[in-house]
Design a binder for this molecule. Structure first.
Ligand code: HEM
Length: 522
């Protein structure tokens, strides 16, 4: 009581104290992190709210590129956050033994299962744990076993074509190809992971709200990830975690629930034993990810308990669906916007067909038949360059002793990283026309130039945390693109049709509509 009276009597003093503390905090933000020499917007240097609002604007990639054009290779994005655009920094920051670790941006993305965050390959920030986990499962993603996945991709492609034939062939209304490619990508990853399509293509809708729940999460995590402390106030506050632990509020996402269902079909939840193979069609030779992860569990059940097997499958869906859908959209959209590039690609595919390079009679193509086609390869690579799926800085924390990055000392504990949307527009690497979609750059480049461009391609990240599913996504793109283009003739509703972009960590495209006609068989 006395204290309250005292405070009320000296309100002005309280006000001065609060303002003083506030100003001191801003001054600390600006000068206390040892990066005050890094140029950037003033507001960014005093508060993380600046970058939070930039991300909330939904095109931070544009802002980041403009800032680097203005300030050079280093830009301060927050009191303790730096963006780097020098390609040579990629190896220093992301290199295998660099000692950097993922920032708290990734913990915000951890989904909850029964009130606990799921530590996945993608979102774990403990590098030792990550390295052990990655070693335990890397063979599941190996290039050498890629062909074992082909039949899963084929069955989903066939389902996709059935839907196009039934609903969109010669239709008067265009198809929302952006949406259907997302259904396709989700169903493929479902097949690859659980030998079961998630059902998006067959139903033509967002099964169980999985897509919209991931979209919600990405919208949330991209913004809140700029100030991870907010996550502890919103989704992962101790009270909410406690309630969900005791089942008083639901905390799992539809994706985790779906994963649990698929998991329980294969593993007895009570005994923990794998159910008899005979109950599943073709299961004796099953090569899907779930089986591969269960084999990893058999080898080291303590390190890979069933909960972790579940997390691995969830990471696949989260990391491998939207990203692949975005890349597929980019390929088709840019080909339609650049008819001469489409013509060049069709020339290659038709020639291949003419000389008997495609053996199958169902209109699909095998990986071995397409993997070395130069124009197809250049188109895919250029699409991955011009529109990389991840549209924010891949944040890392510098080791405690501090490091030199591109010749500049950055103190320990600083958030630092590169954004593919900035790196891929570097004219010194990709040429003066780096803003243009020009697949030929990959074919025309001499070996040295090509090596440089490839080393600066950051679509899949780099180093110890580079995308482990990269080969799988290449398999999908190399197989779907030729099969679809040889079967159908696509056109945009209007010549100047533009899609809409939304950067919520992944840069998703909407409003990508096309007409389908059957293509003349060559
Ligand atoms: C074109 C499609 C894809 C793109 C553009 C892409 C992009 C990326 C990027 C940028 C990262 C690194 C993130 C970081 O460092 O912050 C990553 C990691 C990862 N991706 Fe992909 N990805 C694609 C497809 C896939 C597929 C198909 C799968 C699964 C089958 C997958 C699974 C993963 C996993 C598990 C990680 C975490 C790896 C680790 O930290 O060890 N991705 N991906």
């Amino acid at each position: 009581m006395l204290l309250v009276e005292l405070l009320l009597g000296h309100l002005w003093l309280v006000g001065v104290g609060v303002i003083g503390a506030f100003l001191a905090k801003l001054a600390y933000n600006k000068y206390g992190h040892g990066i005050s020499q890094v140029p950037g917007p003033f507001m960014a240097s005093i508060t993380d709210f600046w970058r939070l609002f930039v991300v909330w604007s939904r095109r931070p990639d544009i802002t980041h590129a403009a800032l680097h054009r203005r300030y050079g290779h280093f830009v301060r994005l927050g009191p303790n956050a730096v963006s780097v655009s020098d390609p040579s920094a990629v190896r220093e920051i992301y290199g295998l033994a660099s000692g950097f670790k993922k920032s708290e941006f990734y913990t915000v993305q951890q989904t909850l299962s029964k009130g606990k965050p799921l530590f996945t390959l993608f979102t774990s920030t403990d590098e030792k744990f990550h390295a052990k986990l990655r070693r335990a499962v890397s063979s599941a993603y190996a290039m050498s076993t890629l062909v074992q996945f082909e039949s899963y991709v084929d069955s989903t492609t066939a389902a996709f074509f059935r839907q196009i034939d039934a609903q969109f062939l010669n239709a008067t209304e265009p198809c929302d190809l952006g949406k259907w490619l997302q259904y396709y990508a989700f169903d493929v990853i479902g097949e690859l992971t659980y030998s079961k399509r998630l059902g998006f293509l067959d139903g033509g809708n967002d099964v169980g709200g999985i897509i919209s729940s991931i979209e919600w999460m990405l919208d949330y995590a991209s913004v809140v990830g700029q100030m991870p402390i907010l996550d502890k106030l919103f989704l992962k506050n101790p009270f909410r975690m406690l309630l969900s632990k005791f089942g008083l509020i639901g905390s799992s996402t539809p994706m985790v629930e779906f994963a649990w269902e698929r998991f329980s079909e294969r593993v007895n939840p009570d005994t923990g034993e794998e159910k008899a193979l005979v109950s599943m069609e073709g299961s004796s030779t099953r090569q899907d990810f779930l089986s591969r992860f269960l084999r990893a569990h058999d080898k080291d059940p303590d390190f890979i308990p069933h909960q972790r097997v579940l997390a691995l499958t969830v990471a696949n869906i989260f990391a491998g669906s939207d990203t692949t859908a975005i890349s597929l959209r980019t390929i088709f959209y840019f080909l339609l916007k650049h008819p001469q590039e489409l013509k060049r690609l069709m020339g290659e595919l038709d020639e291949q067909k003419r000389i008997g390079g495609f053996k199958r009679t169902d209109g699909l193509v095998d990986w071995e038949e397409v993997r070395d086609l130069p124009v197809l390869g250049a188109v895919i690579k250029e699409a991955l360059r011009i529109h990389p799926a991840a549209g924010l800085t891949l944040e890392r924390i510098t080791p405690s002793e501090g490091v030199q990055v591109s010749g500049r000392f950055i103190p320990g504990g600083t958030i630092i990283g590169c954004n593919a949307w900035v790196l891929h527009r570097d004219a010194s690497v990709f040429g003066q026309d780096a803003d243009q979609f020009r697949p030929l750059r990959w074919i025309e480049a001499n070996p040295e130039q090509r090596r440089l461009m490839e080393s600066c391609l950051f679509t899949f990240g780099a180093g110890s945390r580079t995308c482990i599913g990269k080969n799988i996504s290449y398999l999908e793109m190399y197989k779907l693109v030729p099969a679809l283009l040889m079967r159908y003739q696509l056109s945009l509703p209007e010549e100047n049709w533009e899609w809409t972009l939304h950067n919520a960590w992944f840069i998703k495209q909407t409003n990508f509509h096309v007409y389908f006609k059957a293509r003349q068989v060559i």
